[in-house]
Design a protein around this ligand. Sequence first.
Ligand SMILES: [Zn+2]
Length: 326
Amino acid sequence: MQGLGLNIGLNSRRALTSAKSYKSINKQTAFERYFLLKVPKARFFVSKNVNLYYHVCVLFSEYFPAEYADGILNNSAYRQQHEHLKTESLHQKFQNLWQYSYYAWDFVGKSLSEADTMSSTKETLVRASQDQMDIWLQILSEALPSYEPIWSGIEGKLEEYKARFEAEWNAIHETVLTKMSKIAKLPWKTEHLNVHFVDCVYGAQSWVEDVVVPPFPDIDIEKKLLSHEIAHTLVPDYFLKTKLQKFNLDCSIAHTIVDLIAYFGVKEHVTDPERRGIKPNPNYYAEVSKLYPIFEDYYKNLVQYQKFDDILKQISERSKDKEGQH
Ligand SMILES: [Zn+2]
């Protein structure tokens, strides 16, 4: 299975170049080379501090917005198990944080209500961000002693999992990322992807070049989970939503598109691509039944498409066809 993606890539390149003029051959080759050139290097970590951070966030998930409380922090079994660590003092600190918005951009706007000149704006923002960081430091240092025994119980298991997964992932990393970049017709913009294993999170999360994943017992599901998060870093939300708006498409399909890019990127490297947890789940992702065949077709004919817009155009046209039939 290993290397299959690269073979497809090279064949596609040959097919593509034979059909083009000399000028565009040079252009296309450079374009294709750009994609094949470099994928970000994956680095895997088991960090006590990152685990401690998510430990307190999961315990105090009620202070976070629904997107987090019902998402990555939604580990109720973990919360119940460590309920006694939710001290009054830590509650108080989260309530102090509550004075600021969880979302950094909101807190900027909120803090500025008292500022009337640029210098008082600067003072206010520096103070507001410093205050928040101070509270966070207090929370982490207060939670650390009671986290020590939990950490000693999980560190070894996380390290073991990291070693097992890293070996499997490194064998497919380049192929999967090259394929995803060819599907999205986008180059990788970061040099590294930092993957953190965190034992208490429910689901995974990514931001620019950092990914947080739980150590899922099934390695194939972990491969898909990580591919999904990596696909988010390739196709940032703002970029995809701007494109969807351009084609008058509903932004609710953005997450489905990310999952389909991940799925077709990794499907040849899992034992059963049809199974639950691997194939995009229509109960969770919007319009899977409509988008899946379009992506499948696109995946089989990657060389025929020049831009990612081509696939969005198709989705938009098929939506119009459907509307026309009503
Ligand atoms: Zn996602």
